[in-house]
Design a protein around this ligand. Structure first.
Ligand code: NJP
Length: 246
């Protein structure tokens, strides 16, 4: 996809990978639609993008609410005329050992990491079909490849995203020209670990993050690479980890 004047919705755009991706895509000519719950942060990001000569729209919303996604698509179409892509990036990682039974956190992960992705696809698909093409990128994880301590539920949600992406690709790419990519990062320096409440895991995470981790920009580059291939090329999976991560 040639990014110039293409409209891409990015969830979880208020920080980390989503924010870096918004800059990368806007710097390369895309109209970016910024979705997350922190409206103030999205407004700041929009200003920063516009100061660099880019185009951005704030569409605040919660990915667990299908109606918020529907509104984001409506606003995007009203501002930019159409929608060409979706980066399903919003996610949570409150790791904990199963025996702690932090069931509210399990549910939050299922709601945001899995149902949020499904809501996004349901909201943009009619638009992409109308345009006879597009691209959906889902942010999965290294956690879809292997378990790590305290990650049973998180790994399960990210495995679901990876397999859902493959099903989407098979159903959408050949018939509708809608390419689908699953991005599977290892450790990236963002605020993702802030939601961890299990003290036993917090210490383990500190040790783990002592290595040289990836930067959010590294993942933004992988997203940019996947999006900008010729339409005949579907990058299925990008498994991208820090060189120092075992
Ligand atoms: O984390 P962070 P990342 N509705 O905490 C948003 C995956 N990943 O950039 O709503 C809408 O900086 C939240 O916004 P807000 C990870 O699983 C990461 O690292 O304003 N948005 C914020 O913008 C996730 O899928 C690593 O609070 C909601 C964003 O999500 C993706 O990368 C490794 C929301 C989180 O930004 C981005 O995470 C890996 C909701 N209900 C996979 N709930 C890593 N960092 O090491 C949250 O394998 N958000």
């Amino acid at each position: 996809m040639e990014l110039k004047d293409k409209t891409i919705i990015i969830t979880g755009a208020s920080s980390g990978i989503g924010e870096a991706t918004a800059h990368k895509l806007a710097d390369n000519g895309a109209n970016v639609v910024l979705m997350a719950r922190s409206t103030d942060k999205l407004k700041e990001l929009k200003s920063a993008i516009e100061n660099n000569g880019g185009k951005a729209l704030v569409a605040s919303g919660d990915v667990t609410k299908k109606s918020d996604f529907d509104n984001a698509v409506k606003e995007a179409v009203s501002e930019f005329g159409k929608v060409d892509g979706l980066i399903n990036n919003a996610g949570l990682m409150p790791l904990s050992f199963i025996e702690k039974l932090k069931t509210d956190e399990w549910e939050q992960m299922v709601d945001v990491n899995i149902k949020g992705v499904l809501n996004g696809v349901a909201a943009v698909l009619p638009e992409l079909k109308k345009n006879k093409g597009g691209h959906i990128i889902n942010i999965s994880s290294m956690a879809a490849h292997r378990y790590f301590p305290g990650g049973a539920v998180y790994c399960a949600t990210k495995s679901a995203v990876k397999m859902f992406s493959e099903g989407l690709r098979q159903e959408l790419a050949p018939e509708y020209g809608i390419n689908v990519t699953s991005i599977e990062p290892g450790a990236v320096e963002t605020s993702l670990t802030d939601t961890i409440t299990d003290e036993d895991i917090k210490d383990k995470m500190k040790e783990m993050m002592e290595m040289t981790t990836l930067k959010a920009e590294d993942i933004a580059n992988a997203i940019y690479y996947s999006l900008t291939q010729p339409a005949r090329v579907n990058i299925n999976d990008v498994y991208i980890v820090p060189s120092e991560q075992k």
